[in-house]
Design a protein around this ligand. Structure first.
Ligand code: KPL
Length: 311
């Protein structure tokens, strides 16, 4: 009897998101982790899925002899994405037939890191994903799938347009909800506005998302954050009123009230934050266009200055 060949999916980064996707993909696909933080043949971890059931997950670590994957998922934090891909330069940087066939899917928050990677690998289909799946690693190492969401996927460069559907199919093997978005950049901008309006406040006030609402520090600044993001989006051909952005920030902070934002988690774990890809991106892009973004600048400076205090 012939066995069906499973697609080979390499996941770069074994944080909460990487582990979540590996856990859901590893029966339908041949999944490998590529990570600098773990040496050894495999990564084993317990997982609690969204229904509360527990599973033991075991995922092999990629070694050169395993050859090429069919798809690469980059699941590191935004500031680490470029360096995490670098060991695969030989595989990706030449305009070979192989690299044009391997979709590289970027899961990073914020904006800026995607563009750097698109420019670095012109011959490779670079795809962005924006997900609302919620996952974290509990202090005892348990991966918790905290909330089901949806993952939108779309091509960032011309060569990726024909590969976006393939990426949706690979990710869809997980059984999680995955859909194609032909304007993924628009979705990334929207997500950026939400993150810029929630994440720095939760980090600075050290509180869950819902508690920023009504707090004086947040209330005095959120109008300015949204004005500046709206002005920038308008200048970049994506007009949206500041009041609409602010309503969305409040609605999502309310809907995710008990969440600890990714930036607050980063600060608490002593990790580098994604502030430079969120409010810092707004500042850089605005200033490059001759606009100013003083409130986003103030928040960027304040988050950078936060001392990493382990919870
Ligand atoms: O995306 C998020 C994050 O924490 O990075 C929000 C939307 C703020 C949810 O926690």
């Amino acid at each position: 009897m012939t066995q069906a060949i499973k697609p080979r999916i390499m996941i770069i980064g074994a944080g909460a998101m990487g582990r979540l996707w590996a856990a859901y993909l590893h029966t339908a696909a041949e999944v490998w982790f590529a990570t600098r933080s773990v040496s050894g043949p495999k990564i084993d971890y317990p997982m609690r899925d969204a229904t509360g059931s527990r599973h033991s997950i075991s995922v092999p670590v990629w070694v050169r002899e395993r050859g090429l994957p069919d798809c690469i998922l980059v699941m590191t934090k935004a500031p680490d994405a470029e360096a995490a891909l670098a060991p695969f330069d030989a595989l990706l940087s030449t305009n070979t037939l192989l690299s044009t066939d391997i979709p590289v899917v970027l899961f990073q928050n914020g904006m800026g890191s995607q563009r750097t990677i698109v420019e670095r690998y012109p011959g490779v289909p670079i795809i962005a994903a924006s997900t609302t799946e919620g996952a974290y690693i509990a202090p005892d190492g348990l991966l918790v799938h905290a909330g089901k969401g949806i993952t939108w996927v779309g091509g960032l460069n011309a060569i990726a347009q024909s590969q976006a559907e393939a990426a949706v199919n690979y990710l869809g093997l997980s059984g999680l909800t995955v859909a194609q978005d032909n304007d993924i950049e628009g979705r990334l901008w929207q997500k950026l506005a939400i993150n810029a309006g929630i994440n720095p406040f939760t980090a600075l006030l050290d509180c869950p998302n819902g508690e920023i609402l009504g707090n004086g520090y947040f209330e005095q600044r959120i109008g300015g954050v949204c004005e500046e993001v709206s002005t920038l989006m308008n200048a970049r051909g994506r007009p949206i009123p500041a009041a609409t952005l602010e309503a969305q920030v409040r609605e999502i902070a309310n809907r995710t009230a008990t969440n600890s934002s990714s930036m607050r988690q980063d600060i608490r774990a002593g990790r580098q934050t994604e502030i430079d890809m969120m409010n810092g991106f707004v500042v850089r892009e605005s200033e490059a266009l001759g606009l100013s973004a003083p409130v986003n600048r103030e928040l960027t400076t304040a988050v950078r200055a936060l001392r990493h205090t382990k919870a």
